[in-house]
Design a protein around this ligand. Structure first.
Ligand code: ATP
Length: 231
């Protein structure tokens, strides 16, 4: 059964279409890359699925969601440019996030410790975030996004701004996390999508032009032509 189904989703900004009649669904335990050039509509789709933007048209349904339940209870979202309170330590930041997710103080502390281990920054938990590398900040952001144990994690361009080491660390973490939850992430870099995703959704000018596994798309195009499609 599909975890999330998106039907004919459209989003206009003041009448200008950014996303046009996009439909797709995906299953638990899968990692899907939303790929496309700048301005294709990737962020708009993720923000709409995260409940931060209202669709102009179309429907989003999440399996197992009860009436009146907030979709954000099931989804974790890390924006492209997350904001951190740089003066806080990594642990303080996650405990704060846990409290916002309505955990008790004790639960929030336990969850923060577990997540700091999971994302590989336990040794830096008492350092202020301003001293973290880009990759560490991104992993802290992922920890924050999954503080409430969502079924789906959405990441907007999680590795685009990172150096090769940070990129590797984040991709490895995504590889581990996809055993526990579905992941949907955006990128404009084919090799990032190729490395961790099971499936590609190729978006151009707000239209979903391809939906398939890497193997399927390779059979359809040669790799270089997929890159051309993305650029
Ligand atoms: P990027 O990788 O550059 O962020 P993207 O694929 O995520 O690109 P979006 O940010 O979703 O694309 O933008 C899709 C279109 O919608 C673009 O033409 C953009 O200019 C427009 N757009 C995005 N946000 C707004 C906004 N708040 N108001 C008006 N237009 C917007």
């Amino acid at each position: 059964m599909a975890l999330l189904t998106v039907s004919n989703l459209s989003k206009n900004y003041e009448g200008n279409p950014a996303v046009r009649q996009v439909s797709f669904s995906f299953h638990p335990g899968t990692c899907t890359a939303l790929i496309g050039p700048n301005g294709a509509g990737k962020t708009t789709i993720l923000r709409t699925l995260a409940g931060l933007l209202k669709p102009s048209k179309g429907e989003i349904s999440f399996s197992g969601m009860e009436k009146n339940q907030d979709i954000r209870e099931h989804i974790g979202y890390l924006p492209q440019y997350p904001s951190f309170h740089g003066w806080m330590t990594g642990k303080e930041f996650l405990v704060h996030a846990g409290r916002l997710a309505r955990l008790t103080k004790k639960e929030a502390e336990q969850r923060a410790d577990d997540l700091l281990h999971k994302v590989g920054i336990a040794e830096a938990k008492d350092k202020s975030i301003s001293k973290y590398s880009g990759g560490m900040k991104q992993r802290l952001g992922i920890a924050q996004a999954i503080i409430h144990k969502p079924k789906l994690l959405m990441l907007d361009e999680p590795v685009s701004s990172l150096d090769p080491l940070g990129r590797r660390e984040v991709l490895t973490l995504m590889e581990e996390l996809k055993q526990e939850m579905a992941i949907l992430f955006s990128t404009h870099i084919l090799s990032d999508a190729e490395e961790v995703s099971d499936r590609l959704l190729l978006l151009k000018d707000g239209v979903l032009v391809e939906d398939g596994t890497m193997t399927e798309l390779r059979q359809k195009y040669q790799t270089s032509r997929i890159s051309m499609q993305i650029e």
